[in-house]
Each structure stands twice: as C-alpha cells, then as structure tokens.
Design a protein around this ligand. Structure first.
Ligand code: GDP
Length: 377
C-alpha cells in the first residue's frame, strides 16, 4: 500500500537533510575475527623453506607468489626472494632456455602457442616469460598481458608469466633471470623468453638463453622490420613466419635471402651454423622442424662443451650486471643525490662545470652520505 504523504520522512518537520541517520546494522559475518584472520593470513609472508618446498613440488600458486617476491622492490620481500633463489639454485639449470624475438605483429604469441602446444604434447613442461621494454618506458605493454596465448594459459603443462613491469631494463632482466631459476626448480624443462625485437632487450634475453630465435616476415625489408644487424648476428635460427596461403612463395624466397645473409656473419663460438626456416604459426606448419633444430643445437653444443661454457659465462655476466644495477640504484635512490642532481644537471648544461667534475663531485657526495649513514648505525 502506498505511504500517505504525511508519513514520508521528508515531510516530517523534524527531518533535516544533513542529519546523520542511523546506519544499517552490519551483519556480523563481515567483521568476524575468522574473516579478518583469513585476509591477514593471505598476505602473510611464508618462510623461504615453505616457498621452496612448494616450488620443488611443482605448486604453481607458490611459484607465482615467489616470483612476485622476486619482482617486488620491498627490501623484506627481496630478502626472502634471494633466499628462495639460493635454495632453488641446486635444482635449476636442467632446461633449455629459448629466446624469441621479432617485431610486434610478426606472430610471436601465435608462434609460442603453436610451438608450446606441440612441445607440451610430447611431454615437456613449458614456462613462458617475457621482457617487455615498452612497459617500463610508456607503462603500456607491447607484449600484452595474460589475455594473449589463451590456449597455453589453459594448458596444465605451461606456465605463463608476463614481463615484470617496473624498473630499468637491467632490473627487469635480472628479475626474469631469477624467475628462470624458480621455474626450473619447479620442474619446467623448457623456458621461453619473449621480447620485442626493437631495442636493447634482446641483448639481455640473449645473455640468459641457450638458443636465440628471430621471427621475421617475408616481403618486408630488415629496416622495415626494425631488426638491427646485431640482432640477426645473435640469432641461432631465423623463422620466416606466416608462410601460408599466397605468402608461401615469398616466404621461401626470403628464406634463401636470409640464409645467404647469415653466411656473411663470422662463425659462432658454438660452431653452430645458424639456419633459416619458414613456418606458419597460425596453421602449425614448420613448427616441429624448428623444435627439431633446437634439439640438434643442444646435441651439438652439449657435445662440444659450448652449452655449459656459455651458461657459466652468462652467470659471470649476470654477477656483474647485478652489481652494476644495485650500485646504480643505490646511487640514484639516495636522498642526497636526488636533491642535488638537478642542480648539477643545470651546471653541466650551462657549461659551468664539466661532466667529469660533476660526476666526481656527485660520487663524492654519495660516498660521504653513505659513510655518515653507517657512522650513525
Ligand atoms: P606478436 O605481436 O608478434 O605477438 O604477433 P601475434 O601473434 O599477436 O600476431 C599478429 C597477427 O598475425 C595476428 O593477427 C595473428 O593472427 C597473425 N598471425 C600470426 N601468425 C600467423 C601465421 O603464421 N600466418 C598468418 N597468416 N597470420 C599469422
């Protein structure tokens, strides 16, 4: 029955629009201690041993949580992450690490789906990681997020982790390298690391992989594809993708051209002669052959000792990279440097002081601030 006008609260002379009325009584379930405890527990850091136990058992949830710690800049998280990595190290290394690059649109994610589905169907366990330099510069990602590779996302033998998004390229690359260790300890025997073939990120990917695959298209010049000579030189194989339909013939012609071009590069330390193949990631053709090539490469490089030697060299390289990255971060994050840097920049720009003197003075200020900090402790 409709309310009579006089009964409506707004028609009551005592009603004031700004009065605070009684709120609704909260159902007790929301504030129950058990719920609070549950929420708190979810966020609680586990001990390094608990993460490691989970990782070694192949627990993907714990692996993901550990990777999140690796990616975190919180010092407490980093401390736990480093312990996890140390404990996982003896269980890592038994994999093949494949770097995959190519300009946006070449078909990287389609290719990874196709090759990934194939290798998991023959018993491999695959982790797909990425180094996406765009996300750090523009906060937009070229490689996209988890919505790509839908088929692989639902594959129980595949683990897909998007690129860590914050920090410098060196920082992002270090996190990815550490993530490789955790994935290997979790039983993934094949690691793909995807990047975009437009910048320096492929050097980083090359320095943490065993085999470097460059995806290209037929009918577009190297310049058009933004592929620098140095990147082609790094490649252990080039795959001309989209070799299907009317494009098939052009792809074959491009294959011959690139094969000739690769002959001009000096012999690789691995003694491996880089190959050029054609494939269609969309139609799943030529994919098995690419995997076969990677298998052949491993056989050769393991036999001649290059595989292990290269991994050692990479470990050595990453030690220095990590030192450089940490020192650089410490320097630029120091409050003293942060506050004085613009002044020095201005002086250098106005020719009031040379770059070298400015750098020397800034480093001196940094040293002093560190010393003052440690004296206080
Ligand atoms: P990415 O940016 O390098 O990851 O490229 P994508 O995998 O997103 O592919 C870009 C576009 O090319 C999409 O529309 C794909 O469907 C298409 N594509 C990828 N691989 C092939 C292929 O082998 N043949 C054809 N015809 N199209 C492809």
């Amino acid at each position: 029955m409709p309310k009579k006008e006089s009964q409506h609260i707004e028609n009551n002379p005592a009603f004031k629009g700004l009065a605070v009325n009684d709120g609704i009584e909260q159902p007790d379930s929301v504030n129950q201690d058990s719920v609070k405890k549950f929420l708190k527990k979810k966020r609680k850091l586990l001990s390094p041993e608990e993460y490691v136990d989970g990782i070694l058992k192949g627990d993907i949830t714990l692996l993901s949580r550990a990777v999140t710690l690796v990616e975190s800049s919180n010092p407490k998280h980093q401390e736990v992450a480093q312990e996890i990595i140390l404990k996982c190290l003896p269980h890592s290394g038994k994999s093949v690490r494949l770097g995959i690059t190519g300009v946006p649109g070449v078909g990287k994610s389609t290719f990874i789906e196709s090759l990934g589905s194939y290798i998991t169907s023959v018993g491999h366990k695959l982790a797909v990681l990425a180094i996406d330099p765009s996300s750090e510069r523009t906060k937009g990602s070229i490689l996209g997020d988890k919505t790509r590779m839908e088929e692989l996302s639902g594959n129980k033998d595949a683990y897909i982790r998007p690129s860590p998004s914050s920090g410098s390229l060196g920082g992002v690359a270090r996190k990815t390298r550490e993530t490789i260790i955790l994935c290997e300890a979790a039983g993934f025997d094949t690691i793909f690391i995807e990047t975009v073939g437009v910048g320096q990120s492929e050097t980083a990917v090359h320095s943490m992989t065993d085999f470097f695959l460059l995806l290209m298209l037929a009918g577009a010049g190297d310049e058009l594809q933004g592929i620098k000579r140095g990147i082609m030189e790094m490649a252990d194989a080039i795959a001309i993708n989209k070799a299907d339909g009317a494009n098939k013939e052009k792809a074959e012609m491009a294959r011959v051209q690139y094969a000739n071009a690769l002959h001009l590069f000096p012999m690789k330390d691995s003694n491996w002669e880089p190959k050029v193949l054609t494939c269609s990631a969309a139609q799943h053709t030529g994919i098995k052959e690419i995997w076969q090539l990677i298998v052949e490469y491993q056989e050769l490089a393991k036999k001649n000792g290059y595989f292990a030697k290269n991994r050692n060299k990479q470990a050595y390289y990453w030690m220095y990279e990590t030192i450089n990255e940490k020192l650089k971060n410490e320097f630029y994050q120091s409050p003293e440097i942060k506050s004085i840097l613009p002044e020095f920049e201005g002086k250098v720009l106005n020719d009031e002081i040379s770059s070298f003197t400015a750098a020397g003075k800034l480093l001196e200020i940094f040293e002093k601030s560190k010393k003052a900090g440690s004296d206080k402790e």
